[in-house]
Design a protein around this ligand. Structure first.
Ligand code: NAP
Ligand code: ZN
Ligand code: ZN
Length: 348
């Protein structure tokens, strides 16, 4: 076994603190990775604080935006060798035999994908632990190649915030001429703005925070819509083809649904604790659709990383020592993330 240092949550109330646990020895198809950077996703906070239907398992080492360097590989590993850069995202396993798995959309595995943490390693009673840690052992199918050209700290958030916005925008065929509204300028939202703009769409950032307007424009948005101003919201009534909803807190979905034009789609990726209330009258108007989207599969995640390398797209990050994680969570709750915290694991 490998003894690994980490930061963990021990229950839903107390601050995260130092923790040590055992990882499995690498098997023939495993890659053992020294973690350099790990992004801080709002999903980490939701799970640490047990905000999703009491599904949290403790002790919990969060973190699913992982970038590191390969320490060793098993005898059957083909894609990696010692010293390569490598990345792990939100998923570390799936059944590998169902239809979505065959299509490399393993996030929709009929048996349920295995998350990187807050679950058990497939077929075992071992708690899977995430990337706020020194190293990780993962089957190579769920490990990605990343370009040496990009800053590895700024690449880390692509593994969740990146793919979670890339996938629904591609699914909705966003391109030149599409009017896209991105709701919420946080980790996901800022990647959504970058991708939608790079696909050629007309992009509007829909935000509750007036001070984010300048950043939205710098990131590629053409318009800024302050959602707390009813007069501005009325101006954009029935305007958008696609709305990417990244809001992390409970909110009124109808307010944003009413911004959709004929056959417009709201792609929901944000995961607040309460279920949405949606009136059928808002849906029948303009024949609107509400769609959800979960991260992306292994094929699309690698495609997204290659696209980012080609177009020079990375996240805007604030690198923090692991000891600042509790403070980072408090700032995240106050919508004060510009635009993704990334832990430097050297500080562990
Ligand atoms: P984040 O960085 O905290 O950003 C969330 C943004 O939502 C905030 O910056 C804020 O933007 C906006 N917001 C917060 N409270 C709001 C409210 N009451 N009303 C309206 N807007 C509000 O979070 P994140 O890491 O991007 O994650 C966003 C959500 O996506 C989380 O719920 C997370 O769990 C979920 N998620 C889902 C998937 C998936 O596969 N579907 C993957 C990753 C994350 P403004 O200041 O601009 O208003
Ligand atoms: Zn995430
Ligand atoms: Zn499957």
């Amino acid at each position: 076994m490998i003894t690994t240092n980490a930061y963990a949550a021990f229950n839903q109330k107390d601050p995260l603190g130092p923790f040590q646990f055992e990882r499995r020895n690498p098997g023939p198809s495993d890659v053992h990775i020294e973690i350099l950077y790990c992004g801080v996703c709002h999903s980490d906070l939701h799970q640490v604080r047990n905000e999703w239907n009491g599904l949290s398992i403790y002790p919990m080492v969060p973190g699913h935006e992982i970038v590191g360097k390969v320490l060793s590989v098993g005898s059957e590993v083909k894609k990696f060798k010692k010293g390569d850069l490598a990345a792990v995202g939100v998923m570390i396993d799936s059944c590998r035999t169902c239809k979505p798995c065959h299509q490399q959309m393993e996030q929709y595995c009929v048996e349920g994908m295995t998350g990187t943490y807050n679950t058990y390693e497939r077929g075992t009673k071992t708690i899977a632990q995430g990337g706020y840690s020194a190293d990780i052992v993962t089957d190579e199918r769920y490990v990605y190649q990343i370009s040496k050209k990009l800053d590895p700290a700024a690449v880390a958030p692509l593994l969740c915030a990146g793919i979670t916005t890339y996938s629904p925008l591609r699914f909705a065929k966003v391109g030149k001429g599409t009017k896209v509204g991105v709701v919420g300028l946080g980790g996901l939202g800022h990647m959504g703005v970058k991708f939608a703009a790079s696909f050629g769409a007309e992009v509007t950032l829909i935000s509750t925070t007036p001070s984010k307007q300048k950043d939205a424009e710098r990131l590629g948005a053409h318009h800024f819509l302050l959602s707390t101003d009813p007069a501005q919201m009325t101006k954009f009534d029935s305007y958008f083809d696609v709305i990417l909803n990244t809001i992390s807190a409970n909110h009124d979905y109808e307010k944003y649904l009413n911004l959709l034009d004929l056959e417009g789609k709201m792609m929901v990726v944000g995961l607040p604790s309460e279920d949405p209330k949606i009136s059928p009258f808002s849906l029948i108007k303009n024949r609107r659709t509400v769609t959800g989207s979960m991260i992306g599969g292994t094929r699309e995640t690698q495609e997204m990383l290659d696209y980012c390398a080609e177009k020079n797209i990375v996240a805007d990050v604030e690198v923090i020592p692991v000891q600042k994680i509790n403070e980072a969570y408090e700032r995240m709750v106050r919508n004060d993330v510009r635009y993704r915290f990334v832990i430097d694991l050297k500080t562990l």
